[in-house]
Design a protein around this ligand. Sequence first.
Ligand SMILES: [Zn+2]
Length: 398
Amino acid sequence: MADQPKANDSPVHTGSVAMCNVCRGTDLTEFVDYRRFRRVASDCRPWPAGGHVQVCQHCGCVLKLTDATFLADIAKIYSSYEIYHQSNGMEQAVFEQASGTGASRSNRMLTELQARHPLPTSGRMLDIGCGNGVMLRAFNKISPQWKLAGAELNERYRPIVEAIPMVERLYSCPPPEIPGQFNIITMVHSLEHIIGPIDFLKTVRGRLAPGGLLMVQVPNLPANPFEIVVADHTSHFTLSSLRGLIEQAGYEILHISDAWVHKELSVIAHVTDRQAAPVAAAPAEVEKSTRIVRENLRWLGETVAAAKATMRQGKAGLFGTSIAATWLAAELEGLGDFFVDEDPSRPGKPFMMRQILAPAQVPQGSRVFVGLPPKVANAICRRLTRRGVEYVAPPSLD
Ligand SMILES: [Zn+2]
């Protein structure tokens, strides 16, 4: 692990003047223990330790301190993203793998939408934070006559996005400057990146046509301990904080679920003229969020220790090459001989100074540490362990 300013799993007050994303309260408590961990960028690059995770003592919202250091960090992450993915084939594979995940996520979400709000034959749809157009492509498949648009501050995927059938164009301006209105606006894995999310969502209201629907999907903090170490996520949502944020921005929630997509929170909402009541003090939510973050940090520490122990027992590697494995590999500080990936496009390529192997290529007598949330990890271990190759699960998360 990186520098340890203080071995302490208790949150401490920092006296920061930062503001809660949901209730705009300023009584925020920091988890100092977070500072000892390295981080990972959301495009699967290891990122140095730093960053401050806080819990709002009024409503329980978990958020990063968006100070000058944080702003510099995310500017660096977003500006180098393009170089990273264009530099060679290895990074291109990361990109394709990510879009594969995104495609299944988008499809699941659209299925849930269709089941509750059957879409008319035609309409206009906008995807905010459209990236390379995964959601737009999925939407075009189910509703081929809808006119589509993407919004993305970065221009790098413009040709890819604008080549998707029915996409009018990609807008790189803020939402209020996008012309016209839309019947559906989606935000898949973008709200958690946005600084000042309530004000942002308020600006989106004017882009929804009467009766239009907003569909949001963000990572579910309680379901994924690795969520907290993603350097460029500013909000870490629970069902309660996501609900609070969307209501405060002037929407009425029609559906909210942590079950539509594994490890994700999903919302369907529409604009309401009713003013949301101020966020009430929620000591139970504060207690719950505090417990979740503390438990997740404890588990991450134990998982690093368990992975190191596995690597020291002989020839050993890490399972996966995504967010969790990237983070864990950096924390292993050089330990570990290889990565194992079931995605057929990955084996044979180098990743973080090690080779990526297919499960069948893992040498006899070696171990593979599966650094994923325990439920997922246990299933992988049961499925892949074979004679002479042991798959090792992380500690339990109870
Ligand atoms: Zn708050």
